[in-house]
Write a protein that binds this ligand. Structure first.
Ligand code: RB5
Length: 147
């Protein structure tokens, strides 16, 4: 991915620590990052942070977002309610890659209580570095938002 484009990231308390580590990893790699919160380990409702990130991607303010909660399940449910959002909950590298190649996923969702740090960094790396194949897959993803 073009490193000039900022990435918006958000989490709840359950994945706050991993969100901070991924943010630092992204900044170290040269990606500008917009942190939508949460900003501590105090208990919050993941829906609020999922809406912030998915809304910004849905409106085209950011081309890519990353969301984290304990399992990733709640965040993926919230994010995929937004038009133009294709959020992919991934815990293996093949899925992270194929979510880009075939689905043009624009939000990566991770489970902070599921993943180790190194696997999480690798998931982010492959998701950012992999392009969309287009062609027949473009028609398919366009049909997701068709009336
Ligand atoms: C918080 O306890 C937990 O429910 C949340 O992080 C997430 O896993 C929900 O799907």
């Amino acid at each position: 991915m073009n490193k000039a484009q900022p990435i918006i990231i958000g989490s709840d308390h359950a994945a706050f620590e991993l969100k901070e580590k991924i943010k630092a990893w992204l900044i170290d790699k040269g990606y500008p990052v917009e942190d939508a919160g949460t900003h501590s380990s105090a208990s919050v409702n993941y829906v609020d942070y999922g809406r912030k990130v998915a809304g910004a991607v849905s409106r085209g303010e950011f081309s890519r977002g990353i969301l984290l909660c304990g399992t990733g399940l709640g965040m993926s449910m919230v994010a995929n309610r937004f038009p133009n959002v294709r959020a992919a909950l991934c815990s293996d590298l093949f899925s992270a890659k194929m979510s880009r190649v075939h689905n043009d996923s624009n939000i990566l969702v991770l489970g902070g209580r599921i993943l180790g740090d190194i696997l999480a960094f690798e998931l982010v790396r492959i998701w950012l570095d992999t392009g969309f194949e287009g062609g027949r897959h473009l028609e398919r993803i366009q049909s997701m938002d068709a009336p």
